[in-house]
Design a protein around this ligand. Structure first.
Ligand SMILES: CC(=O)N[C@H]1[C@@H](OP(=O)(O)OP(=O)(O)OC[C@H]2O[C@@H](n3ccc(=O)[nH]c3=O)[C@H](O)[C@@H]2O)O[C@H](CO)[C@@H](O)[C@@H]1O
Ligand SMILES: C=C(OP(=O)(O)O)C(=O)O
Length: 436
C-alpha cells in the first residue's frame, strides 16, 4: 500500500492539462467489443482503472496495439468467450466498476454476457437492476448466482428492440443498454436515459461505427438496430471531475492555475457551482484561468439570503463525483454551505478526517453535511489519513496541500485509480509531495 507525504501551505503556480476522462474511457473501451474491425481510441488516461480494463480486454482476446501518446488501437476479431467462465475472470472482472459495461456489447454480438459483482468505490449501495432490466426488456434471459454474486444474460437468438422506461437514469446502465440495442433487431427507445457528455460521446462513437442512434444529449434515445458495426477513431474528452478537482485545489491553496483545453461546452453547471462558492474562474479560449485567491473566497447565499445548498443530480445536474471536492473547498470559504449528497449514502463519512484537521463540519446524516467556513482565519492541521474512495482521496490530498505541516495519506491506490501521475503533476507546479 503506497503513501503520499505532503508538505502543506505552499502556493502553487502553473499550467495543468487535464487527462482523458476516466468514466468516458470505461464506456468507450467496452464498445470496442462491438466490432471485429479496428477501433483507435485517443487521449486514454494512464490510470489504474483504465489499465485494468485494458488488461481484461486483452485476456478476452482483443488485440491491443499501443500507438504512443495515449492512443491505442483495439481489434476484437477473435473474442475468447470461454474466458468469462474462468476463475481469473471472476477476480479480474470484479475489481472495477466499469467492467460491467462489457456485458451489453458481448450480449449483443455473441448472445451472452457474464460478470461478477463489479467493484469500484465503496460509497453506498450500487445496484445493477437498471442494466439487467434493460437486457431482459431486449429479450435476454437473466440469471444471478447469489453465492458468488455472478450475473449472467443470454440471448442465443439475438435481441429485439422495444420501448423502455428506465427505473433511474443510471449512467453505466444507459451505456450498457445502448451498446446492446445497437445490434438488436428493430427499434429501441430508451426513456429516462442518462445524458451526460460521456454518454453523448459513446453515442457519437457508435454512430460513427454505423449505429443509428438519435436523441443524443436528451433523455429519450431512439436506436434503430443494425446488422453489424465497423471500425472508427475516437477521442476522449478531458476529465471534468479532474478539472473540478484542480479548481478546488487552486482555490484552497490560493494558487494561480491555468487548466488547459477543458472543453467548456461539456462542463455543464460545474464552473457555476464553484463560482457560487465565491471562486473566480475566467474563460480564456478553451482554458480556465483561476487567479490566486489571496483574500479568500466568499460563498454566495440564495436570493432570499438562505444558506447555499449544493446537491447532486443526474446530468445536467451537478455530478456527485465532485461533491467531496466542493465540501473540502467550503471548509476555507467565508460563509456556510449545506452539502447534500443524494445519490450515495456512504460518501460523506470521510469528513471525520477533515474534522480531525480542524475543519468545522456538522455531519447531519449520511447524506448531508453543513460546512462552516474558516475564511482562512484558521489553517487546517496536518495529519495522517487513509483514502477511503477516489474522490474523498483527492479531497484529503487537497486538504493536506492547504494544511500546516506534513501530512501522510495512505491507501493512495484509490487516488491512482482515477488521477494520472498526480504527484508528478503537482510537483511540476511547485507542490512538495513524495510517493513512498
Ligand atoms: C464508471 C462510472 O461511470 N461511474 C459513475 C457512474 O456510476 P454508475 O453508473 O454506477 O451510477 P448510476 O448512475 O447507476 O447511479 C449512481 C447512484 O445514484 C442513484 N441514482 C441514479 C440515478 C437517479 O436518477 N437517481 C438515483 O438515485 C443510483 O441508485 C445509484 O446509487 O455514475 C455515477 C453517478 O453520476 C458516478 O458517481 C460514477 O462515478
Ligand atoms: C465513483 C467513481 O468511480 P466508480 O464508479 O468507478 O467507482 C468516480 O469516478 O467517482
Amino acid at each position: 500500500m503506497g503513501i503520499f507525504k505532503i508538505e502543506g501551505g505552499i502556493q502553487l503556480k502553473g499550467e495543468i492539462t487535464p487527462q482523458g476522462a476516466k468514466n468516458e474511457a470505461l464506456q468507450i473501451l467496452c464498445a470496442v467489443l462491438l466490432t471485429p474491425e479496428k477501433v483507435t481510441i485517443n487521449n486514454i488516461p494512464d490510470i489504474i482503472d483504465i489499465n485494468k480494463l485494458i488488461t481484461l480486454l486483452g485476456n478476452l482476446g482483443v488485440k491491443i496495439q499501443k500507438n504512443g501518446n495515449s492512443s491505442i488501437t483495439f481489434q476484437a476479431d477473435e473474442v475468447n468467450m470461454g474466458y468469462l467462465e474462468t476463475e481469473a475472470f471472476k477476480k479480474e472482472g470484479g475489481s472495477l466498476r466499469g467492467s460491467i459495461m462489457i456485458v451489453g456489447p458481448l450480449l449483443a454480438r455473441f448472445g451472452k454476457g457474464y460478470i461478477p459483482k463489479p467493484g469500484g468505490d465503496k460509497i453506498g449501495r450500487r445496484r445493477l437492476d437498471t442494466h439487467f432490466e434493460g437486457f431482459i426488456n431486449l429479450g435476454a434471459k437473466f440469471r444471478y448466482n447469489r453465492e458468488d454474486h455472478f450475473y449472467g444474460v443470454e440471448a442465443p437468438d439475438g435481441l429485439t428492440g422495444t420501448d423502455m422506461l428506465l427505473d433511474e437514469a443510471s449512467v453505466t446502465g444507459t451505456a450498457n443498454i445502448v451498446m446492446a440495442a445497437v445490434l438488436a433487431k428493430g427499434t429501441t427507445t430508451v426513456y429516462n436515459a442518462a445524458c451526460e457528455p460521456y454518454l453523448q460521446q459513446l453515442c457519437k462513437m457508435l454512430n460513427s461505427m454505423g449505429a443509428k442512434i438519435s436523441g443524443v444529449g436528451s433523455n429519450l434515445l431512439t436506436i434503430e438496430g443494425v446488422e453489424a458495426l465497423g471500425g472508427c477513431e475516437h477521442r476522449i474528452l478531458p476529465d471534468m471531475i479532474e478539472i473540478g478537482s484542480w479548481i478546488g485545489l487552486a482555490a484552497m491553496t490560493k494558487s494561480e492555475i491555468t487548466i488547459k483545453n477543458v472543453s467548456w461546452e461539456n462542463l455543464g453547471v460545474i464552473p457555476n457551482v464553484f463560482r457560487k462558492l465565491g471562486i473566480t474562474l475566467e474563460k480564456k479560449g478553451d482554458d480556465i484561468f483561476i487567479p490566486a485567491h489571496v483574500n479568500g473566497y466568499e460563498v454566495k447565499t440564495d436570493i432570499d439570503g438562505s444558506i447555499l445548498t449544493i446537491a447532486d443530480a443526474p446530468w445536467p445536474g451537478f455530478t456527485p463525483d465532485l461533491l467531496s471536492i466542493v465540501l473540502v473547498v467550503a471548509t476555507q470559504a467565508k460563509g456556510d454551505v449545506l452539502i447534500h449528497q443524494k445519490m450515495f449514502e456512504s460518501r460523506l463519512f470521510f469528513v471525520d478526517k477533515l474534522i480531525d484537521m480542524g475543519a468545522k463540519i456538522i455531519l447531519c446524516d449520511p447524506h448531508r453535511a453543513v460546512v462552516i467556513g474558516h475564511d482562512f482565519k484558521s489553517q487546517l492541521k496536518a495529519t495522517t489519513m487513509s483514502s477511503p474512495d477516489i474522490r474523498a482521496g483527492i479531497s484529503l490530498l487537497i486538504a493536506a496541500l492547504s494544511a500546516k505541516g506534513t501530512s501522510t495519506i495512505q491507501n493512495i491506490e484509490q487516488i491512482d485509480r482515477g488521477y494520472e501521475r498526480i504527484d508528478e503533476r503537482l510537483r511540476a507546479i511547485g507542490a512538495n509531495i513524495v510517493r513512498a
